[in-house]
Design a protein around this ligand. Structure first.
Ligand code: TGC
Ligand code: FAD
Length: 391
């Protein structure tokens, strides 16, 4: 990327409000993604493979659980720094950011927020290094937007719990060492359990039919009367609010991640339209193309402002989940539109994975849906504004 494009990316001078540490973190991850991911992203996406060989390096760079205390392997980084990491990962591919979101915001956070001290000591430092991979099983074949209707159960036994049920669309499912499984107890209360994926009765089936998020492992998990020890229970988890609390962390990262995908599309379009000649001049020198580029820029600035302020609310401890819903909902949708315009401006080349926009566009369809669909977030915000539950 040229320095010129870099200054365009900071059109509103928002870098001024970032700390030197936050800028350094962003640049470090950007450089890594530029070197190790972007040159191969199209091929990996097309082949439907996740670059597992990068997990150790990502752990070394501190992208797993960055805001957590050092004693648990974290870097005590700001929420804004965590967001900027997600932005740079998603510049490479949404699947890469997804891996980190699930590892950090969902699996590690579940243990950090609802686990015992022994569970934190046992799992978090190794998860921060990427030596233990986690997944997060909330969604089921018949319970997505409405997780309260889940059917998976965890029944108390003499030595622990017997868990039975099916989870669907689970990121990292086939490569995870542990699964955070949300299940109802005998009284119908939802609680979280750390389930080793080599437990007898546990199996995972990768979903290979995806036309989106192809550089991400997505699985169906089957828990056939899986017996776990009593230490598997996350003792502080109780009720649907527990998994939803984890979602707030990951949705925060998605709001930033979407900015990364949009920036990559903008970068691709600026490079392409200045060199693509039609009617004897670069297409960038036509009014209608400039109008589309300005539309992209305008959307990117809105996304950046929302993400940055979300980071500041996080860092001052004032963040409320409807605010996260607004940023996740709108940044995912804006990024989709930016990617669609970028695809269009690349003409026929725009549909090839030799360029990034079509890949981002296809991925962002998932980003718009998972972690709460556009409609779910609309209704969360609507409930906040009106006091009326319209689900
Ligand atoms: P509701 O009555 O609204 O809430 C139950 C309790 O939870 C509290 N709560 C939250 N707490 C923290 N963060 C949030 N975001 C919260 N939302 C609600 C709430 O205050 C309440 O607490 P209490 O103490 O009063 O009991 O429950 P509901 O059944 O009406 O459902 C609400 C609804 C629809 C918003 C919720 O179920 C929802 O968000 N549905 C969407 C499901 C979803 O997002 N699933 C994502 C699965 S994970 C995933 O997609 C990973 S993708 C991989 C990647 O991230 O890259
Ligand atoms: P549904 O809930 O069936 O919704 C279908 C449609 O109906 C949507 O448009 C929805 O907005 C709409 N709708 C539903 N209710 C209402 C209403 N009351 N009003 C208006 N519209 C409504 N889940 C996990 O637990 N862990 C993961 O790691 C994970 N990773 C994922 C990875 C990928 C690639 C994908 C695609 C999904 C993943 N998910 C994961 C699942 C994801 O969170 C769900 O797909 C999502 O929450 C939507 O649920 P659903 O697919 O069952 O859709």
């Amino acid at each position: 990327m040229t320095e010129f494009n870099r200054s365009i990316e900071d059109f509103y001078g928002l870098d001024e409000s970032l700390s030197p540490e936050e800028i350094q973190v962003r640049e470090t991850i950007r450089h890594f993604v530029e070197q190790e991911v972007r040159p191969h992203a199209g091929a990996w996406w097309q082949a439907g493979t996740f670059p597992t060989h990068l997990i150790g390096a990502l752990g070394h760079l501190g992208v797993f659980g960055p805001t957590m205390p050092e004693e648990y392997g974290g870097a005590e980084a700001s929420g804004t720094a965590y967001g900027l990491m997600m932005q740079e990962l998603e510049r490479g591919d949404s699947g890469l950011r997804s891996f980190a979101s699930v590892q950090s915001g969902l699996a590690m956070y579940a243990i950090y927020r609802y686990g015992s001290e022994a569970q934190k000591q046992r799992y978090l430092p190794k998860m921060a290094q990427g030596d233990i991979i986690g997944c997060f099983g909330l969604t089921e074949p018949d319970a997505g937007s409405d997780p309260a209707s889940m059917r998976t159960t965890a029944i108390r036994t003499s030595s622990g719990y017997r868990i039975h049920g099916t989870k669907r669309w689970i990121t990292n499912g086939n490569i995870a060492h542990i699964a955070i499984i949300w299940a109802k107890d005998e009284t119908g209360v939802i609680r979280g359990y750390i389930v080793p994926t080599d437990s007898p009765g546990f199996s995972a089936r990768a979903i290979h039919t995806k036309a989106s998020m192809r550089m991400s492992v997505t699985s169906e998990l089957y828990l056939d009367q899986v017996e776990v020890a009593k230490e598997a229970l996350l003792p502080q988890s109780r009720g649907l609010g527990s998994p939803l609390g984890c979602l707030t962390q990951a949705r925060f990262g998605i709001a930033f991640g979407a900015v990364g995908a949009a920036l990559d599309c903008l970068d691709e379009v600026l490079a392409y339209t200045k060199t693509r000649i039609a009617f004897g001049r670069p297409i960038a020198a036509t009014q209608l193309v400039q109008e589309r580029i300005v539309d992209m820029m305008s959307r990117v600035v809105s996304m950046q402002l929302r993400a940055l302020q979300l980071g500041r609310l996080y860092d001052s401890g004032r963040l409320r989940y409807p605010q996260v819903s607004l940023a996740k909902r709108d940044n995912a949708r804006e990024a989709l539109e930016v990617a669609r315009i970028a695809r269009e401006l690349l003409g026929g080349n725009g549909i090839s994975v030799d360029y990034s926009p079509m890949r981002h566009l296809a991925n962002l369809e998932t980003v718009d849906t998972y972690e709460g669909t556009y409609e779910v977030h609309t209704l969360i915000i609507g409930r906040e504004l009106t006091g009326e539950n319209a689900f």
